[in-house]
Each structure stands twice: as C-alpha cells, then as structure tokens.
Design a protein around this ligand. Structure first.
Ligand code: FAD
Length: 366
C-alpha cells in the first residue's frame, strides 16, 4: 500500500479551447468539489499549455481552490508523451489523493499513460463519484479501507459498477461529459495560481506538429438541448405489429423538437438508442446518425425533458439519460424497464402519441 496519508487533494486536468475552459472540464471540477468537500480536501486545477495567463484563474471561478500552471512554449501543442511526462512528474512530486480527467480523446489517453507511469489504477467512463469505505474479505478477516472513492460506471451487462482502487494513490478516473452540472462561474472566488516548471527530455518530442486545424462541429447538439425526443427500435412496427416506415417516426420526432423550439424558444433535438443507430436502416440514412446516440457508448445528457419513444430502457441507455429532470416514456409494453425511471408513463403506440404531442405543443390540441 502506498503511504496513503501523504496523498492529498483532488486534481482535475483542465482542458482549454478558444481561450476558455471546456464545459466538460467545468463539469469535472464540480464532481471533484463534491468529493473534496466530503474529505476536507482542496480541488486543484492542472493547466498545461502556452500563453495561458488569461485563463489561469478560470478553474478557480468554476469551483477549484487553486491552480497548478505549467506554461511553456514546449507545451504549445498537445502531445501525448511530453504532456504525460509533465503530469506524471507533478503527481510523483506533489502526491494528489485523486486525479480526474474528462473521458474524451485527450483525457482517456493522458489519464491511462499517467496511471501507468505512477503505478496506480484508472476507472474509465465514470458517471458519478462517491466517497465510501471499501471492505475486503480476506482469509484473515475483514479489511476495511476508509474513505475511498467509489468510481461509478455502467458495467458491460445490466448493472452499475463501483470501482475502487483502495491500495493505490492517486485514485484516477475519467468522467463522461454530462455527468455533473458545472458550478456557476463566480469571479469573486479567489485562489492561488502556482507556476511550476518541469524539465521535458528532448527525445519525448518525437512528433513534429506542422499545422493545427479544428474539425467542423456537428450540427447535432444533444448535450445543449433542453428537450430531447429519442427514438428506439420500437419505431419499426406499430402497436398492432404492422411494419412502419421509420422515417415517419423520425419526422414526428423532428416536428416535435421544432415545435418545442418555436413555441418555447428552447434548444431541442432528436436522440436515438444505439440499437436503432446500429440497425443501419436505409430510410434513416443520414438522419439517425452516431451523433444522436444517447447512452454508455454515446452521449450523456441531462435535459429538462427527455421523451423516450419505443426505447426499452436497457441500462446502457439509461446511464446516458437518467439525470434528465423529467422523463416521459412512450412504450407499448407495460413492463418496459424505462418505466421504472419515467416520471410520465404512456403505455401506447408511439405512432399515435407523437403526432398528438406535436399538435399539443403547436397549440392545436387540448
Ligand atoms: P429494444 O430493446 O428492442 O426496445 C424497443 C422497445 O420499443 C420495446 O420496449 C418495445 O416494447 C417498444 N415498442 C415496440 N413497438 C412500439 C410502438 N409502436 N410504440 C411504442 N413502443 C414500442 N444502447 C444505447 O441506447 N446506448 C448506448 O450507448 C449503448 N451502449 C452499449 C454498450 C454496450 C457495451 C452494450 C453491451 C450495449 C449497449 N447498448 C446501448 C445497447 C443496449 O443494451 C440495448 O440493446 C439498446 O439500448 C436497446 O435499444 P432499444 O430500446 O431501441 O431497442
């Protein structure tokens, strides 16, 4: 067991884009705040890059207590080897109790490399963080590790798993975007920005960055939507079992989303289950695309209203939408698991209900 008492504080690797912290970073800071407060520890934002003066205090405004800033021309462009070297050196020097990343391309890559170098574990794709005692039953009796992080994530079957790394520090995880709500940005918060230099061996710069360009953003903004109308495999048939053209269900869902946008002025989108996307239905080509997928291997969303139409509610779907404020489930099967989660239960044919909802929102029905 690494001398766990010397390990303190919850670190968050902070990502910056277009001169601001990314939203998923601010979410992870909120998650870090939750466990740090429970442990009486501090939240520390870790910023790497070049020319970061203008954003150095942002992690503090979003809830961190202090920031460790490594600002150097060598870190201008993200590169896995130098960045993971710097982070590993910081971990070994300063010994954080926990180190959290965003579960995206950069966070997954960096977290795994740092965990390997610092001989600790990494729980991937977490959706929540709790502090709990971990009890291990050994031939010698019960072994209790007090106050460990329960890193909550869906398992590969039907349940939610809690991952503990009780013998290792720091406890490391990456957190799925959408899992926490950012704290309001507050410029009156104060905290220290500590500048540190880490020497980087020149051989780690084995990649030469010639040019950087931004990928075009998808028009589908599920994470920002306040209302999501999601479709599942149930759109293939009506309640009587007659095959239906799934493009018709897509049209109803899109009309409902636009009616909400027009009437209430809130962003709304069409989502989908993975089963529907992977069914590769010809009529839905270009309409039901991967960017719409909600769930464990898709997006995590928390809109004001989530309408699940023809979705059974498998755990892998539920973990992506269970933080929605109000859930409306439309399903012909009264035993569908989605109903366990729903605030409004509609046991009916989606081909009957969706057009009525469109009329209702347009003010044409009572
Ligand atoms: P089904 O389970 O087939 O459900 C269709 C539902 O429609 C049924 O409940 C039925 O009663 C209802 N229905 C039928 N006709 C009608 C009608 N006319 N009107 C109303 N209701 C009707 N899934 C995800 O969604 N997102 C993920 O990110 C994801 N990741 C996964 C990761 C792993 C590792 C694994 C193993 C699975 C993952 N899955 C994911 C798949 C998941 O387990 C389910 O298979 C999938 O969510 C089922 O999709 P569905 O609800 O659309 O289809």
């Amino acid at each position: 067991m690494q001398g766990s008492n010397e390990y303190r504080d919850v670190w968050v690797y902070c990502e910056v884009r277009d001169g601001a912290l990314t939203r998923p970073t601010t979410e992870v800071i909120a998650g870090a705040r939750k466990i740090a407060d429970r442990m009486g520890m501090q939240v520390v934002g870790i910023l790497l890059g070049y020319g970061l003066d203008s954003v150095a205090k942002e992690p503090i405004y979003y809830g961190a207590d202090k920031v460790i800033l490594c600002d150097s021309p060598q870190l201008k462009s993200y590169q896995a080897l130098p960045y993971s070297h710097v982070l590993s050196e910081l971990v070994m020097r300063l010994k954080p109790w926990a180190f959290l990343f965003v579960a995206n391309e950069v966070g997954r890559e960096l977290g795994a490399r740092v965990a390997y170098r610092t001989v600790t574990g990494l729980a991937a794709d977490c959706i929540d963080l709790l502090v709990e005692d971990f009890v291990m039953h050994t031939p010698q009796g019960r072994l209790v590790f007090n106050d460990c992080i329960a890193q909550v994530r869906p398992d590969f079957a039907t349940r939610i798993a809690k991952i503990f790394t009780p013998r290792h520090r720091p406890q490391m995880s990456n957190i799925r975007p959408g899992s926490f709500t950012p704290l309001p940005r507050d410029e009156s918060r104060s905290g220290e920005v500590i500048r540190l230099d880490v020497e980087i061996p020149p051989e780690l710069f084995c990649v030469k960055v010639l040019e950087e360009s931004t990928l075009p953003k998808s028009d589908i903004r599920l994470e920002e939507a306040k209302v999501i109308v999601s479709l599942g495999l149930g759109i293939l048939k009506d309640a009587k079992g007659n095959p239906r053209n799934p493009a018709e269900a897509f049209r109803y869902a899109s009309e409902l989303a636009s009616a909400v946008r027009e009437r209430f002025g809130v962003p709304s989108e069409v989502g989908a289950s993975r089963a529907l996307i992977y069914a590769n239905i010809k009529e839905l080509e270009g309409l039901i695309v991967k960017d719409r997928q909600v769930g464990q291997t898709g997006k995590t969303v928390a809109p004001e209203i989530y309408i699940a139409a023809g979705i059974s509610g498998a755990i892998q779907h539920r973990v992506g939408m269970m933080r929605s404020k109000k859930i409306v489930a439309i399903n012909t099967d009264p035993k569908a698991p989605i109903f366990q989660l729903a605030h409004y239960v509609v046991i009916d044919d989606l081909y009957e209900v969706l057009p009525k909802l469109v009329e209702l929102v347009r003010g044409r029905a009572s």
